[in-house]
Design a protein around this ligand. Structure first.
Ligand code: GLY
Length: 289
């Protein structure tokens, strides 16, 4: 889901545009894609048939973060999250439910009914079936970590678990869980089952490990391994991506996962990684955008 956005972001960063603008447009592109059923427009609804969106944003220079949770009928939740971070607030950085909608209206953000016909049909199908929902059904947060000459940003957006409880929040809007950035060290963002990610505060833990000297790659692997080790059952699906302060990337996953990466020395590429952390580059034919 992120490759087309990565290509665009790469071109714009090469033209000296700011990471803070590029990362928002990258995520909006995914939020606006009705064919992606786990983020924004077209996202799958909760068990009451309502699409509730979560997003988080952190500026690694200031440490400011903003987030919205269970936001209904807003067009781009990530824009609200960034706006809340930009205001450099000392409080009210994380707004949920009706408050998120009010914030959108009061601050001139666009609204939209995010429930598409296709998503609603999937909901009806699931609601009327007795097939038990698997943890990863219809589930995939869009995560970006982005660096420019000023520093690092981490941001993510999701419609959350398909058929979740009304009002359920996963990791995505929670700082340190779905996203974390410190420009002097690194930035990370996570996708997968939010409740599992939050148990290990995976994004914060990955950045913290980088501060101990681990590379972005080793920090991702260690953060995931640490969480795995403390579980008394099999850890549900989790993937984490990271960048260090020099723009080197890391990734770790316990399920099949695709991601994309670009830097000033590396044209945009899409990759597949499996739970053994074997990474292979994807070809143009593998990528659907
Ligand atoms: N990682 C997204 C969620 O659990 O809602």
């Amino acid at each position: 889901m992120s490759y087309a956005s990565t290509v665009e972001a790469y071109e714009r960063l090469k033209n000296n545009e700011k990471a803070e603008d590029v990362i928002i447009d990258a995520i909006c592109k995914v939020e606006d894609n009705k064919d992606l059923h786990s983020v924004g427009f077209g996202g799958l609804p909760n068990k009451e048939g309502v699409v509730q969106l979560d997003a988080g944003y952190m500026d690694g220079n200031s440490g400011c973060f903003g987030a919205v949770g269970c936001a209904e009928n807003v067009k781009n939740p990530i824009k609200l999250a960034k706006s809340l971070a930009d205001e450099n607030r000392h409080f009210n950085n994380f707004i949920v439910g009706k408050g998120a909608y009010k914030y959108a209206i009061e601050n001139g953000f666009e609204t939209r009914d995010n429930l598409t016909k296709e998503a609603y049909e999937k909901y009806l199908e699931k609601k009327d079936s007795d097939i038990k929902l698997k943890s990863y059904d219809g589930h995939d947060t869009v995560c970006f970590v982005c660096k420019d000459e000023n520093g690092l940003i981490s941001a993510c957006s999701t419609s959350g678990l398909f058929m979740k409880e009304d009002g359920r929040l996963g990791d995505t809007p929670i700082v340190g869980c779905g996203y974390y950035a410190d420009s002097k060290i690194g930035a990370a963002s996570a996708t997968g089952v939010g409740e599992e990610i939050s148990r290990g505060m995976i994004s914060y833990e990955t950045v913290r490990l980088m501060s101990e000297g681990y590379s972005a790659m080793d920090a991702c692997k260690k953060a995931l391994a640490k969480l795995n080790a403390k579980m008394d059952r099999k850890l549900l699906s989790i993937s984490v991506i990271a960048l260090d302060a020099n723009g080197n990337y890391g990734v770790a996953t316990n399920c099949d996962f695709a991601f994309s990466y670009a830097s000033e020395n590396c044209e945009p590429k899409a990759y597949f990684v499996n739970s053994k952390n074997e990474i292979r580059e994807l070809s143009e034919n593998d990528i659907i955008d």
